[in-house]
Design a protein around this ligand. Structure first.
Ligand code: TMP
Ligand code: ASP
Length: 249
């Protein structure tokens, strides 16, 4: 049951809701507070920059549950994030940020585009996890981008680049340990960061099986590769991930 004050707060936030951005997996709305936004998780799955697209009932609820849970744990562990609170099955309240147009990918094991690009099998552990940047630009198909490119495009300076990498490695240590505890191997993931109202870089976007790879003890894919590669029902595996995560509480 929501507390009375919470119900009132939620009603106020919803009253001034105006769509400001519609993404592939989430819609973003304004609130009465200019520093807060509402992220609404959609029942849509896409892959290959939207080339493959399907409506999957229940996906939005599951991803909101999983992402809220992970972000709450990250906040509690002292990571600066945009997450404020989960306000309904499909919605969460987030700090408004100016998104840095980089997809920060961390790889603990070879997989996906890394395996394809370098012709190596999937599942080989890196001694030191690899951090990569992709330029977040749908028209250009999110190309691979290096530090020099990031600086040339004035996306981030040396100090900010170093911070993004260090913070991503720190977050990886936390996530890897949590997933290991529930029998899942964190193969790789993608993060997005943004500048908050004070110009501080904080973790934004989401963390769900949409933007990471998780393998169980038998090597089964417990993430969006199920959809990308047509391996089964996406919500069946996301449900298992959610059930396992609740065991962490
Ligand atoms: P990749 O192997 O296809 O480069 O993907 C690396 C990780 O990033 C993987 O966990 C999936 C995630 N990812 C996204 O979240 N969004 C994307 O657009 C892509 C291409 C990958
Ligand atoms: N996020 C991209 C898309 O929505 C690609 C992917 O996740 O594979 O199309």
């Amino acid at each position: 049951m929501l507390e009375c004050a919470q119900v009132k707060r939620k009603a106020n936030f919803n009253m001034s809701k105006k769509l400001i951005y519609s993404g592939k997996a989430k819609d973003i709305y304004t609130t009465e507070d200019e520093n807060l936004i509402i992220s609404t998780y959609k029942d849509q799955a896409t892959a290959f920059n939207g080339v493959k697209k399907e409506q999957i009932a229940g996906k939005g609820v599951l991803n909101n549950q999983i992402s809220s849970f992970i972000f709450e744990k990250l906040n509690a562990a002292g990571v600066a994030t945009h997450f404020v609170e989960k306000i309904s099955d499909t919605e969460q309240l987030n700090k408004k940020v100016e998104i840095i147009p980089l997809e920060v990918v961390l790889r603990n094991y070879t997989a996906g585009s890394f395996s394809k690009r370098f012709g190596v099998e999937e599942g080989i552990a890196f001694e030191t996890p690899i951090v990569e940047f992709y330029y977040k630009n749908d028209d250009l198909d999110d190309p691979f981008i290096n530090d020099e490119h990031v600086k040339f495009l004035k996306i981030a300076d040396d100090q900010q680049i170093a911070y993004l990498k260090e913070e991503t490695r720190r977050i990886n240590k936390l996530l890897k340990a949590w997933f290991a505890e529930i029998g899942l191997k964190l193969i790789d993931f993608k993060l997005e960061f943004g500048f908050d109202k004070d110009g501080k870089i904080i973790l934004a976007d989401e963390f769900s099986p949409d933007n990471c790879r998780l393998w169980d003890a038998d090597g089964n894919h417990m993430d969006k590769d199920v959809f990308r590669r047509g391996l089964g029902e996406l919500t069946d595996v996301y449900e298992i991930v959610w059930e396992k995560l609740q065991g962490l509480k």
